[in-house]
Design a protein around this ligand. Structure first.
Ligand code: ADP
Ligand code: MG
Length: 621
């Protein structure tokens, strides 16, 4: 459930922010969100129901920039100004891609002063970051239009093999597109998250995610553990792959096949002809996923290919992916039989030969129930939802080992971020003052699983000061715990009515050994029963005290509207409640709270009705 908080200053309802999941692909990109209504992730579609946005950008001579399907048409008509596969250039230097320059129809510039590659379009230079940000902007706008709200936060996926420079470049592209990139997630991990939602592989332990896209291949071996009561635990055992292997290679192999068949040489072909062949080859490949033969007549020649010839062409590539799978298994110290589930990701897994080869290698049917084109974006949306704090029962690798919370009335531990929450994370709660005119609030931060803070570990303490004088219960003090990816906890306290704010930083795990953490957990289990009983008593006492304070104020404020019997009777009940405050019996306390409630209810309601009718007359009470 998304929370709705009220912005006191503006008086507006602030909807919980939407965090989108983005698959920024070499070939295709998608944006997805968690659908609150169904609890399932869904890809965002355009007016024509297309979820896929080709990662292609076209620069027209008049300065118009188009992204996606309309840009793709220009691959043939205007290849020089149509940028594709920009993801291959992310975080790369010219040296890195020199050998592949001929695959791009556009100009890649060897800029001596710049370490990273640039692309020249007309007389302007663009970095791969600039270009990727254009794709991200398109996705962002699409989502904003469909969801009718601003999108500022995203989770973006990258191939498992992206190095730091490439990941950073992806982050920068996000920033440039106006997106706060909360997390960069490996595509195979995202895919497994998308499957983690379904119950189909709930009891599986070891999963292989085989992702063959347009430009990259990844194999990841994951372990999913269903921990009783604390959700699923995802662990990446090993990854392998090739950043230069994918469906594009299939297309090129077909182009090469046709070039040879017609006795042409590549240099004989113009850029336009090459692109046209490329597009035709992809068409042929897709056609062969459902048919056994492809033929296309152009004005000059006939291009045809059978499924058998196609298989012969791509066999070396598929074998290469299987070699990667073997290596990944070896790294995970597993045999092929240990893999219980095989998940297929990426458009190229629609090629039956790929699917069959992988099923044969792993010796079991493959999982392809989630659309292989969408599965990564859907998983990114799941990840986004976890970051938004909406999924309490899903846990991943970086988790908080112990609960974090603050001390509330009666010395109770109020957990704000529960143990095993994936980080980075943020969570908050509202509190108020208990004394009229209270100007300070002590905020003590604790770590641990016990119900009383005295049994937990104190991490920090600070004071929110300068709270403007207000009656007890009126200030709205929001306490937000935020843990960043490095495990740093930031605690912020804000009095929402006045905007008074105070914050501190703590490193929760600092100084705690594994044994100490384990000890704290064991303790909490050992003392669970007495802790629960103690908490119940403390809560009853706090409730009773609140009740007493409220009633006292109520009588004081409304004495004119109450008769003698009502006032005296309330006082009697209050005294009785006070006399049991120290009781060790929570039921006794509750009984007295209840009878006080019973007694005051009739006239409390009477006064409430009066207040409402007065308010409706527009008068201030
Ligand atoms: P990326 O992750 O690299 O962006 P995708 O997962 O979107 O790539 O996959 C794109 C690749 O899938 C392209 O090479 C495309 O030609 C290929 N592809 C899409 N549909 C099919 C199909 N029906 N049969 C075979 N290959 C396909
Ligand atoms: Mg992909």
């Amino acid at each position: 459930m998304a929370q709705i908080s009220i912005n006191i200053k503006e008086g507006s309802l602030k909807k919980e922010e939407v965090i989108v999941g983005i698959d920024l692909g070499t070939t295709n990109s998608l944006i997805a969100i968690m659908d609150a209504a169904t609890g399932n992730p869904k890809a965002i579609r355009d007016a024509e129901a297309y979820a896929i946005v080709p990662s292609i950008i076209h620069f027209a001579a008049d300065g118009t920039v188009t992204v996606g399907r309309s840009a793709r048409e220009h691959l043939i008509t205007d290849p020089e100004h149509t940028i594709f596969s920009v993801k291959r250039l992310m975080g790369k230097s010219y040296k890195d891609i020199a050998a592949y320059q001929h695959h791009f129809g556009y100009k890649i510039i060897d800029d001596d002063t710049e370490r990273l590659v640039k692309i020249k379009v007309y007389d302007k230079f663009y970095s791969p970051i600039d270009l990727s940000s254009l794709i991200l902007k398109e996705l962002k706008q699409r989502a904003e239009k469909v969801l009718n709200c601003k999108i500022n936060k995203a989770v973006i996926t990258v191939p498992a093999y992206f190095n730091d420079a490439q990941r950073q470049a992806t982050r920068d592209a996000g920033k440039l597109a106006g997106l706060d990139v909360l997390r960069i997630v490996n595509e195979p991990t995202a895919a497994s998250l998308a499957y983690g939602l379904g119950n189909t592989i709930q009891d599986s332990k070891t999963i292989a995610v085989y992702d063959l896209g347009g430009g990259t291949f990844d194999i990841s071996i994951l372990r999913i553990t269903s921990a009783e009561g604390s959700g699923d635990f995802f662990e990446v055992l090993s990854t392998n792959g090739d950043t230069f292997l994918g469906g594009d290679d299939f297309d090129r192999a077909i182009v090469q096949h046709w070039i040879e068949e017609h006795g042409l040489t590549e240099s004989q072909l113009s850029a336009t002809e090459r692109q046209h062949l490329r597009v035709l080859a992809e068409q042929a490949k897709k056609h062969l996923s459902t048919h056994t033969h492809f033929t296309e007549q152009t004005d000059k020649r006939t291009y045809s290919i059978s499924r058998e010839s196609f298989i012969a062409l791509i066999q070396p590539f598929v074998e290469k992916t299987i070699a990667c799978c073997k290596q990944a298994l070896k790294d995970a110290q597993l045999q092929v039989e240990d893999v219980e589930t095989v998940v297929l990701v990426g458009g190229s897994t629609r090629t039956p030969f790929v699917r069959d080869s992988i099923a044969a290698f792993f010796g079991r049917p493959v999982h392809d129930t989630v659309d292989p084109d969408e599965v990564v974006a859907l998983g990114a949306a799941v990840q986004a939802d976890i970051l938004a704090g909406n999924q309490k029962d899903m846990l991943l690798l970086d988790i908080t080992p112990l609960s974090l919370g603050i001390e509330t009335m009666g010395g109770l531990m109020d957990v704000i971020i529960p143990r095993n929450t994936k980080i980075p994370t943020a969570a908050g709660r509202q509190y108020t003052t208990s004394i009229d005119g209270q100007s300070k609030l002590k905020i003590a931060v604790y770590q641990g699983e016990r119900d009383l803070v005295r049994d937990n570990r104190k991490l920090a303490e600070f004071e929110l000061t300068n709270i403007p004088g207000m009656p007890a219960g009126l200030p709205k003090i929001e306490i937000v715990f935020q843990i960043d990816a490095d495990g740093i906890l930031k605690v912020r306290a804000t009095e929402l009515r006045s905007g008074v704010e105070q914050h501190i930083e703590v490193k929760p795990q600092y100084g705690l050994t594994e044994e100490e953490m384990a000890g704290m957990l064991l303790d909490s289990i050992k003392h669970a029963k007495e802790d629960m009983a103690m908490r119940a008593i403390v809560e009853a006492r706090v409730e009773a005290q609140n009740m007493i304070d409220t009633c006292e104020r109520f009588i004081e404020k409304n004495s004119r509207m109450l008769n003698e019997t009502e006032i005296a009777g309330t006082r009697n009940h209050l005294d009785a409640l006070r006399s049991v405050l120290a009781s060790e019996n929570k039921d006794e306390i509750h009984q007295h709270i209840e009878s006080l409630n019973e007694f005051t209810r009739p006239f409390a309601e009477r006064l409430m009705d009066m207040a409402i009718s007065q308010a409706m007359k527009g008068k201030k009470l």
